[in-house]
Design a protein around this ligand. Structure first.
Ligand SMILES: [Zn+2]
Length: 346
């Protein structure tokens, strides 16, 4: 016989959790229902069949990529509004930044995990350049997870989101290459990024960040606030948060997860100062290493004379237009010795 409650047939009474709830006179089925919905929604996202179960249906067409589970009650909400939802659902969890909450929701939804999502595979991977850096970016799951997060962050920008995602993944892959070099271990060429997300590797990651993000930096403004260094800081924190959430999901008492937290703390406290300080050191070292190849003054003089004589002799006719432009630009370059000004001529 099927037991009924409130006119509805209860078909899962053989499950102990459900049985327990229905022992009460006034059973509260909210949590168990949300759990069921959550399971259904994860499947929908993974297999791309079926329909998301939401507490509030959108009035416009439903875009599954914009939704994710609340990290506390597992109700699926618009990720854009997830922090607002948490403020009424779990005040403690709502203290985290929206970015951290979104990452944890993506872990709960199974979007961040052990392989790239279908969205990533169909939208981002095909548009990426597959040089050495691109291959590393696509092959390292920690970097892919960062990409999944960027795809979500830029979901409203349909035209550009794949490029933004790919840029961030590539920058992180370049960092991995540098950190592997600094590691010097014979197997370091194969080590995944996750292996370096441990406090003992913090110095290496900082040094790697410098090597890869300021190779041509030589002006003072950039030295004071190295923009790529700052970008890497935020992306590293996102990567660490995702890694932490995955570890905790597997084992809530994981000591590895605790170490990841320490790494995040180190970044919060030390990154800015260390990057700026090391940037100075890199520049000083570079002054000794880099040999500036200057042209021979006699060659410069000969070329200048040649250009001047040509310019005097040339007839200003439409046929000669491109030749005149070329001569003028070359002469300007010889005079100013800076190519950026020629680029700026309109
Ligand atoms: Zn909730």
């Amino acid at each position: 016989m099927v037991k009924t409650w409130g006119g509805l047939a209860v078909v899962h009474l053989n499950i102990p959790e459900v049985k327990e709830i229905f022992k009460n006179d006034k059973p509260d089925t909210t949590n168990i229902r949300l759990k069921g919905d959550h399971r259904n929604n994860k499947k929908v996202l993974k297999e791309e069949v079926g329909e998301l179960i939401l507490s509030r249906r959108p009035t416009t067409e439903l875009d599954v990529d914009k939704y994710g589970p609340c990290i506390s009650c597992h109700q699926w909400v618009l990720l854009k509004n997830i922090k607002r939802h948490l403020q009424t659902c779990n005040k403690e969890a709502a203290k985290m930044t929206k970015g951290q909450i979104t990452i944890q929701s993506q872990v709960e939804a199974g979007v961040l995990g052990s392989k790239p999502s279908k969205w990533m595979l169909t939208e981002v991977f095909p548009s990426m350049i597959l040089d050495d850096v691109g291959v590393i970016a696509q092959g390292d799951q920690t970097i892919v997870n960062l990409g999944e997060n960027w795809l979500q962050r830029t979901v409203d920008n349909k035209e550009k989101r794949r490029y933004y995602t790919s840029q961030h993944m590539r920058l992180m892959a370049r960092l991995l290459v540098e950190v592997r070099k600094l590691d010097g271990d014979e197997n370091s060429g194969q080590k995944p990024f996750a292996d370096y997300l441990h406090p003992v590797h913090f110095d290496k990651v900082v040094a790697g960040a410098l090597e890869c993000c300021i190779p041509y930096m030589d002006d003072v403004d950039e030295l004071q606030a190295p923009s790529n260094g700052i970008k890497l800081k935020y992306d590293l924190r996102r990567m660490l948060t995702a890694h932490w959430a995955l570890l905790v999901k597997e084992n809530p008492h994981s000591s590895a997860a605790q170490e990841v937290k320490t790494f995040i703390e180190l970044i919060n406290v030390q990154w800015d100062e260390r990057i700026t300080r090391l940037a100075h050191a890199v520049l000083v070292r570079r002054q000794f290493v880099v040999k500036k190849e200057l042209p021979d003054p006699e060659d410069v003089e000969a070329l200048t004379k040649y250009l001047s004589s040509k310019m005097k002799a040339i007839k200003l006719s439409p046929d000669n237009y491109f030749c005149v432009v070329g001569l003028c630009q070359a002469r300007l370059l010889m005079y100013n010795k800076r190519s950026c000004e020629i680029d700026a001529i309109r």
